[in-house]
Design a protein around this ligand. Structure first.
Ligand SMILES: Cc1cc2nc3c(=O)[nH]c(=O)nc-3n(C[C@H](O)[C@H](O)[C@H](O)COP(=O)(O)O)c2cc1C
Length: 466
């Protein structure tokens, strides 16, 4: 049993697949695939670190399932054709060979198409952001029964491709305002046929998708579903709806429910910034967990292992699913396991490099706290050819990080800083709603101490440096 984090590092089953610990990588589109959606060396390299970082199960970012309107963003991963199986196999094997369980999320974007029109949804209600950009062209087409049938089939075939590629689990994306949520939520589903109206009818599309996926891969292959506890929309999906959907999914043979929250219109509830509470959607996982007996994932703003352990220990979830925290530090789980959580580069929930990159996913992922993300080889910290004596003038976050990297490269480093180390992080982290920044300050200060970097509390001038 792990001394510091006994529940976090205990194994657990998802269907018949054993997961070595309770830490999952939450699916997060990275923009690191090739333009045609195939797996790229950059994508592989990024997932390699996560698997080496001791993550129990990696839920690979959403992959689009058909050739019509399911694709959401540029460079999104594709699973819509058999020709992608080879590349996906390379990715699944890489993850598995490094000791993690490979899972992949399959998705249809519905009305939330970053690429713009055309879009298909349950009802012709546009995503406000797209409506601002494209006007009435962004009003989605109301899918016909024939089109719905084709999409259900595409989900099934995508699941089979995932299995053929070597993924051990498939996650259906039923959260965050994408097509399945467009049906589940009364906010976006105004249909009068058997897909709209009652809870039972709104669930029908997901039910058909789920059954079709299972029919392609067999009873033994675990298929899980991601749901939003609520979409936080006026007259939208309530937690009672989600309890109903979860129970129905359990009856149908779903192996686990991954509970997130919000959609893209209520993004602050999905990718919660530092101004909002930590564990923002954990309440929903806790509620669902009381109603089903399959594993439940708690997700969102669980940035540090102490808090993850607290959630699991209190029985609010069976797994924690971490997104941004593993952007900031793919070795989060390894460091926690090795009893050095103080070395984890903390996610400060600033959303600048991941969510807001290039006006909403216009560029590949990056991270304020982890400049190496997406450039794991090009920017790897390597020993210097010739160790030097280096003065870092100014001990703010930039100076501290420069000193840390220089020291790790083998240089003899001195920081000159008249005030205390940390620069404006001190002022920036005073308000309670910016408390996450304190974690960055603590992390950097600890690293400077642990690396025994010299600190001179004086102004440096040219003469002194000479
Ligand atoms: C850049 C980015 C991409 C995301 N892509 C996906 C995705 O592909 N599928 C999904 O279900 N959620 C996606 N999400 C939501 C995350 O999986 C996660 O639920 C959210 O970031 C909150 O968790 P965190 O606080 O641990 O980051 C994305 C979030 C971000 C910031």
């Amino acid at each position: 049993m792990h001394e510091q984090f006994p529940v976090l590092f205990s194994p657990c089953m998802i269907g018949n697949v054993k997961i070595k610990n309770r830490i999952c990588k939450a699916p997060q589109t990275s923009g690191l695939s090739n333009l045609d959606g195939s797996v790229s060396p950059r994508l592989i390299r990024y997932y390699e670190d996560l698997a080496n970082g001791n993550v129990g199960m990696i839920i690979v970012e959403y992959a689009y399932i058909d050739n019509l309107y399911s694709k959401s963003a540029s460079n999104q991963l594709a699973i819509n054709d058999d020709e992608y199986i080879v590349g996906l196999g390379w990715l699944a094997d890489t993850i598995k060979n490094l000791g993690s369980v490979p899972c992949i999320q399959i998705e249809h974007c519905g009305r939330q198409r970053f690429l713009g029109p055309p879009m298909g949804s349950a009802s012709p209600i546009p995503w406000p952001l797209m409506y601002e950009r494209y006007g009435s062209a962004a009003i989605p087409e109301e899918l016909s029964i024939k089109e719905i049938d084709a999409i259900v089939e595409a989900f099934g075939q995508a699941t089979l491709r995932a299995k053929k590629a070597g993924f051990q689990v498939v996650e259906i994306h039923g959260a965050h305002g994408y097509l399945i949520t467009n049906f589940l939520s009364p906010f976006t589903n105004k249909r009068s046929d058997w897909y709209g109206g009652s809870r039972e009818n709104r669930f029908r599309f997901l039910e058909q998708v789920f059954k079709c996926c299972k029919s392609y891969v067999g009873e033994d292959f675990p298929v899980i579903v991601r749901l939003s506890g609520t979409d936080y929309e006026p007259e939208g999906m309530t937690i009672d709806d989600t309890i109903y959907y979860s129970k129905r999914l359990e009856e149908l043979g779903c192996a686990a429910i991954d509970v997130s929250g919000g959609d893209h219109h209520t993004m602050v509830h999905q990718v919660t910034p530092m101004q909002l509470s930590k564990g923002h959607n954990v309440w929903a996982a806790e509620t669902i967990k009381k109603e089903v007996s399959i594993p439940v994932f708690a997700t969102g703003s669980i940035t540090l292992p102490e808090y993850a352990e607290e959630i699991l220990e209190a029985g609010k979830g069976d797994f924690v699913s971490l997104g941004r925290p593993l952007f900031a530090d793919p070795f989060w789980a390894k460091k926690a396991y090795e009893g050095r959580p103080e070395d984890i580069v903390p996610c400060i929930r600033c959303n600048e490099g991941c969510l807001d990159r290039g006006n909403h996913l216009g560029k590949s992922v990056n991270c304020t706290m982890n400049p190496i993300l997406g450039f794991e080889d090009a920017l790897a910290i390597k020993p210097a050819d010739k160790p030097k004596k280096i003065a870092v003038v100014g001990g703010g976050p930039g100076g501290m990080e420069a000193a840390r990297v220089a020291k790790l490269r083998g240089h003899d480093v001195t920081i000159y800083e008249k005030r205390k180390l940390g620069g404006y992080l001190h002022e920036a982290s005073v308000p309670e709603f910016k408390a996450d920044i304190r974690n960055a300050l603590k992390y950097l200060t600890t690293q400077i101490e642990k690396l025994k970097i010299n600190v001179v509390n004086e102004n440096a001038d040219a003469a002194m440096l000479l």
